[in-house]
Design a protein around this ligand. Structure first.
Ligand SMILES: Cc1cc2nc3c(=O)[nH]c(=O)nc-3n(C[C@H](O)[C@H](O)[C@H](O)COP(=O)(O)OP(=O)(O)OC[C@H]3O[C@@H](n4cnc5c(N)ncnc54)[C@H](O)[C@@H]3O)c2cc1C
Length: 346
């Protein structure tokens, strides 16, 4: 079981409740992992989701699905790396078919200083020369003089893994209720609030950080792993999806609306073209965006108030952090373990 220097026992606002039923509200990536680990631990779990099984209203539907704790160290606190590395282990354990074939970071010559900065601020990589880049991604032959390869990272396809998680929850004995929007006050037992940005009604500090994406399709380029292009404004990336599709992402804009602007579309498409000119001939399949739920410090939080537990603020790391956060919540409910860095007790 996960332990760290920040983890300690003691001072519980409530005694762990051995048999209480667990209701999770919100079936995005945070709620799905909570429901899965509690159901697998033998608890009676009901997962409520206000939308239908397609989950198009959730932020998780729009995500890249990168499991990249080492790359994220460039812009994140050490807590993200710590929880992220633990989550990698849980993804491997529960979904051994997850592609763990790494991430590649590349830059054009004009962005060399930023590339070196990225290398300095991150660990877990090895430098590749031009030949090394083309050995792991043959489509990129001759495109980049060097790259950083993060061999330990993985990625999932959110639109596949969410239904898979939901099926696992049911297989483990849990119940999922779609089109269900209960009031937490009306529910007996322990309630785990994983409503993402919708929880702003009770958590005023939450804000949305818009991420725009474009899905394109071409058989002219093949990639095996996410490729991040160093860019002066945003970390832009291209993620291979099934069926010759590629997700281009993502902007990061302090905004509560979910439109896609012309400026963002130009930048995303420009980044794809900069990774490989053949992307210019690709077919545009979809534009879209999601609002990342974030607290002012951009760190995740598990807030405990008696039988009500809120798991939120997963910001740009929901897929990376959800398994570790679920493990922490389970440890708290089952054994009273508190992680001081993540948990707040009322
Ligand atoms: C463009 C983009 C790219 C991203 N890429 C990555 C990435 O590569 N890797 C990564 O780790 N993270 C990534 N993220 C971040 C990640 O998507 C979020 O951190 C994560 O989706 C947040 O998950 P959540 O479950 O908290 O919220 P959500 O996914 O929004 O789920 C909340 C759910 O609660 C439901 N709900 C709300 N209110 C109620 C109610 N009253 N009753 C019942 N249900 C309710 C909603 O319908 C929703 O389905 C990305 C985000 C964006 C926008």
């Amino acid at each position: 079981m996960y332990q760290s220097s920040a983890t300690q026992r003691g001072h519980l606002p409530v005694a762990p409740r051995g048999e209480s039923p667990i209701s999770v509200i919100g079936a995005g990536i945070a709620g799905a992992w909570q429901a899965l680990l509690f159901a697998q631990a033998g608890r009676a779990v009901t997962l409520h989701e206000r939308s239908d099984a397609a989950m198009t209203q959730s932020t998780s539907y729009w995500a890249g699905g990168m499991l990249a704790p080492y790359c994220e160290a460039e812009v994140s606190e050490p807590l993200i790396v710590r929880l992220g590395i633990r989550s990698l282990g849980l993804w491997r354990e529960h979904f051994p078919q997850t592609p763990f074939n790494g991430s590649l970071v590349v830059a054009h010559a004009r962005d060399r200083a930023d590339f070196e900065r990225f290398a300095r601020l991150t660990t877990g990589h090895r430098r590749l020369d031009a030949q090394g880049v083309s050995e792991i991604e043959p489509s990129l032959e001759g495109r980049f003089r060097e790259g950083l390869f993060y061999a330990g990272e993985g990625h999932v396809e959110p639109r596949q893994i969410l239904p898979e998680l939901h099926a696992r929850i049911t297989a483990a004995g849990g119940t999922i209720k779609f089109n269900s929007e209960p009031d937490a006050e009306d529910i007996d037992g322990i309630v785990i609030d994983c409503r993402g940005l919708a929880a702003r009604d009770t958590q005023r500090e939450l804000r949305g950080v818009k991420g725009e994406i474009i899905l394109i399709e071409t058989d002219e380029v093949e990639l095996s792993r996410p490729v991040r292009l160093i860019h002066p404004r945003w970390p832009l990336y291209v993620i291979p999806r099934g069926g010759n599709r590629f997700m281009l992402g993502a902007t990061s804009i302090e905004s509560g609306d979910n439109g896609v602007s012309v400026r963002s579309a130009l930048e995303l498409l420009g980044a794809a073209y900069a990774v490989h000119p053949a992307f210019a001939e690709a077919r545009i399949v979809e534009f879209g965006s999601g609002l990342r739920p974030a607290y002012p410090d951009n760190l995740p939080r598990i807030a405990v108030d008696n039988d009500k537990i809120a798991v939120n603020g997963l910001y740009r790391h929901g897929f990376l952090l959800a398994p570790a956060l679920a493990e922490l919540t389970l440890s708290y409910v089952a054994r009273g373990v508190i992680d001081n860095e993540v948990m707040q007790c009322a």
